[in-house]
Design a protein around this ligand. Structure first.
Ligand SMILES: C[S@@+](CC[C@H](N)C(=O)[O-])C[C@H]1O[C@@H](n2cnc3c(N)ncnc32)[C@H](O)[C@@H]1O
Length: 110
């Protein structure tokens, strides 16, 4: 679910949507979510508002709100963090800030 769930406002119950998806997967599958956040920069919230003004539902979420999408699942290390901090490798730029990235991501085992 890469860069998808922020297009589902709370009224669409994204947590339930994730649950339906997981029910269709064999045990031991992995769920990956990346999600826009305004935790570090309110520019991301302004971007979401621009989407909404154009008729596209969009909702930023806080770290705690995104974490709830994984309830009942076991997060792989390092857990939910901005995506450039999730197991960075030699190709990951070292000068990025959380505000510049403004996306959380995590991988969980079902
Ligand atoms: C930023 S793109 C990400 C695409 C892909 N997952 C990736 O990471 O390259 C956002 C995706 O969300 C999908 N999307 C947005 N609203 C949706 C909805 N209501 N139902 C299903 N898909 C939706 C769009 O079709 C688009 O493919």
């Amino acid at each position: 679910m890469l860069a998808i769930l922020h297009f589902f406002p709370d009224a669409d119950d994204p947590h339930a949507l994730v649950g339906r998806l997981l029910q269709a997967l064999p045990a031991g599958s992995y769920l990956t979510v990346t999600h826009a956040t305004a935790d570090f920069d309110d520019g991301m919230e302004r971007l979401a508002a621009t989407y909404r003004a154009s008729g596209i539902p969009a909702q930023t979420r806080s770290r705690a709100e995104i974490l709830r999408l994984f309830s009942g699942l076991e997060l792989l290390d390092p857990g939910l963090c901005t995506v450039h901090r999730w197991r960075p490798d030699a190709n990951t730029p070292t000068d990025l800030t959380d505000a510049q990235v403004s996306f959380y991501g995590a991988v969980a085992r079902t």
